[in-house]
Ligand binder design. Structure first.
Ligand code: GLN
Length: 286
């Protein structure tokens, strides 16, 4: 293919299984990654130099049509303007979660002494790393139960020059409070698993087959398990005036709020994402 527009159309037409807008977004990601071509290059139909190194497009298309996420093919995803390495060991960062991070940078962005932040279930480290980078006076810790996820998170932090302490810990461990001793945080953030197995039926194969189930799913019988554990941990390990910020399942908004109010939190707000769905809770320790 000799020009950006021709290649763009050729690839878009060969992708199956996605709505048109997503096909185009995928091809933009591919062209950017492999050939450093951006939207404008496609619009003006920039010629592609004959000596440009191109991947085997047939293989790329084959993987996409086998439902492999484009982020696994190119090995990365952007989150809050930073590029994160991803693999099947971690959840691919989602745009909604950028809003969760923004709530926190808004609340803690002004320099006002040190802020201790804990990210529970850090995955690729995207939340922890962005907070460490954008809140310079923050001391950030990221927890995950998966050693493979922690490897990805540590590599991301190093590449993005963010100072974050990553630890292998399980918020569901009955000894967790004991394990952290008298450590207290100003802010606890988490995007825990919250999709119920019954919702899995409506999920697309690129998510179901390629993303870690332990980062996504909870039993239908206890969909709020992680929020109960986080709220209870926060009661013991948040400083006076400290807050929890969590991403939630849109179908359990009021119930998840109640977990926090029932445990004695105040100013519990249920917040919507850009699609108008109940997606976040911000709660202050009483
Ligand atoms: N929002 C993600 C999805 O629908 C799920 C994230 C999570 O379970 N924390 O794929």
């Amino acid at each position: 293919m000799t020009s950006a527009r021709l290649l763009f159309d050729y690839l878009t037409n060969r992708i199956q299984n996605y709505p048109q807008k997503e096909k185009q977004a995928i091809v933009h990601m591919l062209l950017n990654h492999y050939l450093r071509l951006n939207n404008v290059d496609v619009l003006v139909d920039r010629p592609i130099p004959t000596d440009a190194l191109q991947p085997d497009w047939n293989k790329v298309i084959e993987r996409l049509n086998d439902n492999e996420p484009v982020q696994h093919i190119i090995g990365s995803e952007e989150f809050c303007g930073l590029k994160f390495t991803v693999s099947s060991a971690v959840l691919i960062p989602r745009p909604e979660t950028e809003e969760l991070v923004r709530l926190i940078t808004r609340d803690y962005g002004e320099p006002d002494g040190r802020v201790d932040i804990l990210d529970i279930g850090t995955g690729s480290g995207c939340i922890a790393i962005v907070l460490a980078r954008f809140i310079p006076h923050a001391a950030v810790t990221g927890w995950d139960v998966s050693e493979k996820a922690l490897d990805v998170a540590r590599a991301n932090a190093q590449r993005l020059m963010a100072s974050v302490t990553f630890e292998n810990r399980d918020i569901l461990d009955s000894q967790i409070s004991h394990l952290v001793g008298d450590t207290r945080y100003d802010c606890i953030v988490s995007n825990p698993p919250y999709v119920t197995y019954s919702e899995a039926e409506q999920m697309r194969p690129n998510v179901l087959r390629f993303e870690p189930h332990e980062a996504l799913f909870v039993e239908d019988s206890s969909p709020l398990l992680f929020y109960q554990a986080i709220a209870s941990f926060g009661k013991k390990h948040l400083k006076v005036g400290g807050r929890c910020y969590v991403e939630i399942n849109e179908h359990f908004g009021p119930q998840t709020s109640e977990v926090f109010t029932n445990q004695g939190y105040k100013n519990v707000s249920l917040l919507k994402d850009i699609h108008g769905k109940n997606r976040f809770i911000r709660a202050e320790i009483a």
